[in-house]
Design a binder for this molecule. Structure first.
Ligand SMILES: [Zn+2]
Length: 498
């Protein structure tokens, strides 16, 4: 149901500016009191709402057919932290063309991060506080907005009163820092609650337009004193967006969770060199000179997976990494030592016969580890590192201390190399592989140039009854899932039917 309401502005002539500001301050104070009072609001960590409704593309000049409504389902969540710094806003809106816009914009620290859940891409940029961008989003929570108005209350002006839906409202106006246009705030004279705020702006396709943000259905709230049960954004009197809130929470885990990037998207923005314990005793490194090796901590020893080395670009003279082939693995070992200072690295697993995966083996010599690889690699690797003991795995070998388990499985002949070992963690259902599966930080998946080895790997998983929850890769900062495997299978079936 859409209520039509009319507004009558009665401007009160006011000759005395300080007195006018005093009146404005009183109105603001009453409104803040109604929401629990300044100190109670400031004592909160966060305020969160989630809700759903619609968005109408016809109203913001994005119609399907000009002149006709274009309403599509819209969901959103907003978490505003009262520290004035952190914030997270997520929206999920049908575009009306069968696709969905699903994004989260958030400020977990001194970064602004945009995560796109459809393309599974993430962008991060550094910001400086105060952030205009962050503060604009925060104003949709009336408690947070009124605190900001209070902090800038010397700029407040009284604009008299107005009637909305037959009720008297006091109107205050403020031009906020970093803003061009003033915002007018309407307070219900009987309840003192913020009924709406509005601005006027040039809107592409519409011209000079009035944008209103209305709060409806105010209800008592145990922590927030009062909270609206819906918000509408209106452009020139038409509902662009209408959202009924299903949850309104103070200091909630839901708000905290909004600041966490979903783990499958973490890889995009995790600083290079970060060592992450992805499960108990299992570590993944985001970027050792461009590689992502893993290591596993057991009771008495460590297992390193891969011995990374940068392979020189031979066309370039002089060869860049000449004399420095141990650099990446030395860095890998240093990362292991940060987390596990004293246990010996008893095993180094080499997935396959390519030098970027084993070329750093000599860096491990002081550790005197045993190299674990496939039978076909024994003589080849032994020539490179005669000092190291090598054990081979024709089919499968499990390393366990009764608590932590890793299965090393030879996938056999495949499009990439004759043999290849994968590491599977059965308790966690995590898998690590080298060059059998790629999930890289561009939005296109699967990479077309990998569509021989990836269908092989997808079919191999199926044939072996493995359905890993996460597929980590030596060349990928993100992990794939069975969703990706199914996509590869579908694509490869379509191709083979052509
Ligand atoms: Zn390879």
């Amino acid at each position: 149901m859409r209520k039509a309401f009319s507004i009558f502005l009665i401007f009160v002539a006011c000759a005395h500016v300080p007195a006018q500001n005093e009146t404005a301050q009183q109105i603001l104070q009453k409104a803040l009191q109604r929401l629990g009072g300044e100190s109670r609001i400031r004592s909160l960590k966060s305020i969160y709402f989630s809700g759903s409704g619609f968005e109408d593309g016809a109203v913001n000049a994005q119609p399907f057919e000009p002149g006709k409504p274009a309403r599509n389902k819209h969901e959103e969540k907003l978490a505003v932290f009262l520290d004035g710094r952190r914030l997270a806003y997520e929206l999920k809106t049908n575009r009306g063309d069968g696709t969905t816009r699903h994004r989260r914009f958030y400020f977990p620290d001194s970064r602004r991060i945009v995560a796109d859940f459809v393309t599974r891409s993430v962008f991060a940029s550094n910001i400086q506080y105060p952030s205009t961008d962050r503060d604009r989003d925060a104003r949709r929570i009336p408690h947070a907005f009124l605190l900001e108005v209070l902090a800038n209350s010397s700029r407040l002006q009284s604009k008299g009163s107005a009637v909305i839906d037959g009720r008297q409202h006091d109107v205050l106006s403020i031009t906020l820092p970093n803003a061009t246009f003033p915002v007018d705030l309407y307070f219900d004279r009987h309840t003192n609650l913020l009924r709406k705020y509005e601005t006027t702006t040039d809107f592409p396709g519409l011209g000079s337009s009035k944008i209103e943000y209305t709060f409806d259905g105010w209800r008592e709230h145990p922590r927030l004193a009062f909270f609206p049960s819906m918000q509408r954004i209106r452009i020139n009197g038409e509902d662009f967006r209408s959202v009924a809130f299903d949850r309104m929470l103070a200091d909630s885990p839901e708000a905290d969770a909004m600041l966490e990037l979903p783990p499958d998207l973490e890889g995009f923005i995790t600083p290079s060199g970060t060592v992450k314990e992805i499960a108990k005793n299992i570590y993944f490194i985001y970027g050792v000179q461009g590689f992502q090796p893993m290591f596993v901590e057991f009771k008495d020893f460590v297992v390193a997976i891969e011995a990374p080395a940068n392979v020189p670009v031979l066309e370039q003279t002089p060869i860049e990494s000449f004399g420095n082939m141990n650099a990446a693995s030395a860095e890998f070992i240093a990362k292991i030592r940060q987390k596990v200072p004293s246990k010996p690295i008893r095993y180094v697993v080499v997935t396959h016969s390519h030098a970027d995966h084993f070329g750093g083996l000599r860096a491990f010599l002081p550790e005197k580890p045993t190299v674990l690889t496939t039978p076909g690699n024994r003589d080849y690797l032994q020539r490179f590192v005669p000092e190291l003991r090598i054990e081979t795995i024709a089919e499968q070998r499990t390393i366990t201390d009764g608590e932590t388990n890793v299965q090393l499985i030879n996938v056999g002949r495949n499009p990439h190399t004759d043999e290849n070992l994968i590491a599977y963690f059965p308790s966690e259902k995590y898998l690590f592989q080298g060059d059998l599966f790629y999930f890289n930080s561009d939005a296109t998946f699967p990479a077309k140039d990998r569509m021989t080895v990836m269908p092989f790997f997808a079919k191999w998983l199926k044939a072996n009854g493995l359905a890993p929850e996460r597929i980590y890769g030596f060349h990928s900062t993100m992990f794939g899932t069975m969703e990706h495997i199914e996509k590869i299978l579908k694509l490869s079936n379509q191709t083979s039917q052509l």
